[in-house]
Write a protein that binds this ligand. Structure first.
Ligand SMILES: Nc1ncnc2c1ncn2[C@@H]1O[C@H](COP(=O)(O)OP(=O)(O)OP(=O)(O)O)[C@@H](O)[C@H]1O
Ligand SMILES: N[C@@H](CCO)C(=O)O
Length: 293
């Protein structure tokens, strides 16, 4: 049996659409076994117990690549801590776990970079699967669909608060509302901020995040899909967040704050007063990425 633990991620970080992502200490845990025959699921909701299960699809991608035929496969969901379709990388946790689990079952034939290539091919963009696999802050670009990346270990502490609504927003739906083209002005706005964001994390200059985390590529369009989006963003800013951005494809809104309990308690009280059934959790950066236990 192989046990794989895959962390949550927050992609885009504002301006880094499809290219920047950060890894957090919140894990989904899976177990993999080669069995005598068939496909067996344990611990999953009924809707995921079939051949379309993203973990199984990801396993098959690796098996096909190396031409390995398992007799049968058992996949167990041991812990699901990453909420589904909330912008915290639940799909990349499944993809990364599946590819790692299949690599283990078939005798560890592929390297981490080869695992990443397969995971990116399945997800279509690298900004969730790369930090989930490798940890830290990942900056990545695709060239001919192959990912090229650089990892920054983030060691200077800053507090991240995920404000998680009680409704889902799938990445598929959230990509449908994006514009096909962007203006040069918006391009310059995002390119300059994405570069500033990476430098701010590399040098621990978090005071730059206020400017660096803003975006014109996706947030203005996706914000309209999220009830209370503007109110939550404004309230985080009122409570002196260093920065606020839409995590991944949303609907989770991520606030970065130098304040600790004060920020969390103020926001929690405000959510209750406004009868909004959102959760707020503190997340710590994880520099390690997915592990086999
Ligand atoms: N435990 C699970 N078992 C099977 N499939 C899962 C599981 N968790 C997530 N998924 C798959 O991932 C999909 C959600 O992925 P989606 O990309 O929409 O959101 P996300 O990955 O949570 O957020 P984001 O990509 O914005 O960070 C689900 O519809 C399902 O297909
Ligand atoms: N970069 C992706 C992240 C979600 O998977 C998006 O914003 O659609």
């Amino acid at each position: 049996m192989v046990r794989v633990s895959v962390p949550a991620t927050s992609a885009n970080l504002g301006p880094g659409f499809d290219s920047i992502g950060l890894c957090f200490d919140l894990f989904n845990v899976f177990e993999f076994d080669e069995i005598d025959e068939g496909l067996c699921f344990e611990g999953f909701k009924e809707e995921f117990c079939n051949e379309n299960n993203l973990i199984y699809v990801s396993m098959k991608a690796l098996f096909n690549k190396i031409k390995f035929k398992p007799k049968g496969v058992k996949i167990k969901l041991v812990e699901q801590n990453i909420p589904i379709a909330r912008g915290l990388g639940s799909s990349s946790s499944c993809i990364v776990a599946g590819v790692i689990g299949a690599n283990a079952i078939s005798g560890y034939q592929l390297s981490k970079d080869e695992i990443l290539d397969i995971a990116v091919e399945i997800e279509g963009h690298p900004d969730n699967v790369a930090p989930a696999l490798l940890g830290g802050l990942i900056v990545a670009a695709l060239d001919d669909n192959k990912p090229y990346y650089s990892k920054i270990e983030v060691n200077k502490v800053v507090n991240f608060y995920a404000l998680i609504p009680d409704f889902m927003l799938s990445t598929e739906e959230a990509r449908k509302v994006l514009p096909k083209e962007i203006s040069l002005k918006d391009g310059v706005y995002n390119v300059s901020r994405a570069a500033l964001l990476v430098a701010a994390f590399a040098q621990g200059k978090y005071e730059l995040l206020k400017i660096a985390c803003s975006d014109k590529f996706h947030q203005p369009y996706r914000g309209k899909l999220i009830e209370n989006y503007d109110d939550v963003m404004n309230e985080c800013n009122k409570n002196k967040a260093l920065s606020v951005y839409l995590s991944g494809a949303g609907p989770t809104i991520m606030a970065i704050s130098e304040e600790k309990e004060f920020f969390k308690e103020k926001m929690r009280t405000w959510l209750v007063q406004n009868k909004m059934n959102w959760d707020i959790i503190e997340l710590k950066i994880n520099n390690q990425g997915a592990i086999i236990k």
